[in-house]
Design a protein around this ligand. Sequence first.
Ligand code: PGA
Length: 259
Amino acid sequence: MEVVICKTKEEASKLAAAMITAQVKKNPKTVLGLATGSTPVLMYSEMAKAVAAGEVSYKEVKSWNLDEYEGLPGTHDQSYRYFMNENLFKKIDIKIENTHVLNGLAPDPVAECQAYEDQIKAAGGIDIQVLGIGSDGHIAFNEPGTSLKSRTSVVYLTPSTIADNARLFFHGDMQAVPKRALSMGVGTICEAKKIIMLAFGANKQDAIKGCVEGGMSEFCTASALQAHNDAWIFCDEAAAAKLQLKDYYAWRSATKLGL
Ligand code: PGA
């Protein structure tokens, strides 16, 4: 795992976006795994800037998103389909039919999850998976106590995730946040060829500590990335503050990236 530590989230978002741009330039048929949340928004803006500048095209790219709330239609302004349309898909030249988000209204959610796994496999697997991290160490909606081998399934949100998402997206109304979601599994995520995680702010310090330096454990599902051989974590200084070896990680990753 490589930990890139930047002074600001702006700097980290630019570096992460550059990594994605380079991959799509190298392989215009890249399969992307995408994430929602407040964290990747700046990176998505940077990706859109590269498209506007004519540097890269997403015309042949396909994408699969990590998760979706159960019970929200894609037209709901807090659904993850809506978020992706507004924050990325409308700003780049990807074909909307090549973008995939789990259907939160699927009449048979188990079949929906299985079909999603099958689609990803048929596409040849995910080349780059974008991830945020929950303050409880989750990736996608894989909360503490989820098997590190889990597959795409219906999952149950913790009170801390409900509180985080109520604060950030539902005007503080915890009742408005769905309690279940459809989510790619930890095992599914870890099959991506490359992983880019973003983590910003002091609220993510403990999660990043658990992810990078804790034991690999269901208690912090992000720790599963320790067994991945091409996982990059882009942090700001606040999110990295509790890492014991942060100076070493910063030097090693900067050297590898030629910074
Ligand atoms: P955030 O969410 O980007 O809104 O902090 C991250 C996550 O829960 O994965």
